[in-house]
Design a binder for this molecule. Structure first.
Ligand SMILES: [Mg+2]
Length: 330
């Protein structure tokens, strides 16, 4: 699969196309009934009784969140799926999304078609549709902004602020896969056999897990900034501290980054969550039924003055020092 995309390859630059053409040709085919064919001022939706709306937005800019020149499929999948991962972290099921696009005028129409094709494929995969948005044609990096909307039974959304001292801490999947994939992408290395490339270009939002954790987990977050940083966000929101065990981290033994880099790199889109010990057997049964690795990685403790929200302990019980704990937001 090509990883970079030629610009100005003799195709039609999108600057030759007006906004209404862009909407009609590329975006309107993605619209669901709520989007009113993208021909009205706004979208319309009647939520079912007994559900809460869950809303989230993530932006993705070329050269900041994805490498410059990467293929349109990567933009589309990472932009949409990072939002779906946030819905999953709240226990919500996806419903629709609003799309904001800032595209440089030299970009060709083949890029835009491929981008929309990838969005369409993910719409089918995750059962949502485009409800509306806006696009502009302006010099600068390609920027994609998505607002995703989901539903959760009223009052049951997972949040970050419910972790209790004594709770177990779990994480899904392997950690550091996407960072290894980005490393390979930047190095233009060969395809790998361990799923690292796929973890970066097509992360899997853990929607079924999030849904199943409602009523079981006391707090949850998706791992986007880095496992240590994100677990720290749960600890801060819940006013507790969390101790993770370095030896229990689910990092693939062949990951070229090593454990410490893997657990502080971002982009995993796995779910980290806390649950009381009496739910432990249910959690492991859930792991089997979903066919998804769920690893117990630590424990919630009472907060103590001067203590970091999240510490990682080696086998001797000493805190491991990191250069950074996760992605720094600009
Ligand atoms: Mg998140």
């Amino acid at each position: 699969m090509p990883r970079t995309f030629g610009r100005n390859a003799g195709q039609d630059p999108i600057a030759h196309m007006g906004e209404f053409d862009r909407i009609a040709r590329y975006l309107a085919p993605l619209a669901g009934p709520e989007g009113l064919c993208l021909a009205d001022d706004a979208a319309l939706h009647t939520p079912p009784p007994g559900f809460d709306f869950v809303m989230t937005k993530d932006m993705l800019a070329e050269g900041v969140h994805v490498p410059t020149g990467c293929v349109p499929d990567i933009f589309a999948r990472r932009a949409l799926r990072s939002n779906l991962s946030d819905l999953a972290a709240m226990g919500a099921k996806p419903l629709g999304y609003l799309l904001g696009l800032s595209l440089p005028p030299h970009l060709d129409d083949i890029w835009l078609q491929a981008f929309c094709n990838a969005l369409g494929a993910d719409q089918l995969r995750y059962g949502l549709s485009l409800w509306g948005g806006d696009s502009i044609c302006v010099d600068g990096p390609i920027t994609v902004s998505i607002t995703a909307l989901g539903l959760v039974p009223a009052g049951t959304a997972l949040r970050r602020d419910g972790a209790q001292p004594g709770d177990d801490v779990f994480v899904s999947g392997f950690i550091g896969q996407a960072a290894a994939g980005l490393h390979l992408l930047n190095e233009d290395a060969e395809e790998d056999a361990c799923g690292w490339h796929t973890a970066y270009v097509a992360p899997e939002p853990r929607i079924s897990l999030g849904d199943a954790l409602r009523g079981r987990a006391t707090a949850a977050i998706d791992v986007s900034d880095g496992l240590v940083a994100d677990v720290g966000h749960i600890a801060t929101a819940s006013k507790v501290s969390i101790a993770l065990a370095l030896n229990d981290m689910p990092v693939h033994p062949q990951n070229p980054l090593g454990i410490e880099d893997a657990i502080t790199a971002g982009d995993d889109y796995e779910l980290a969550f806390t649950a009381p010990p009496e739910k432990r057997s249910e959690i492991f049964t859930l792991s089997e039924s979903l066919g998804l690795r769920l690893t117990k990685i630590g424990q919630v403790r009472a907060a103590a003055a001067g203590q970091e929200p999240c510490t990682v302990l080696d086998t001797l019980g000493n805190a491991v020092a990191f250069k950074k704990t996760g992605w720094q937001h600009g």
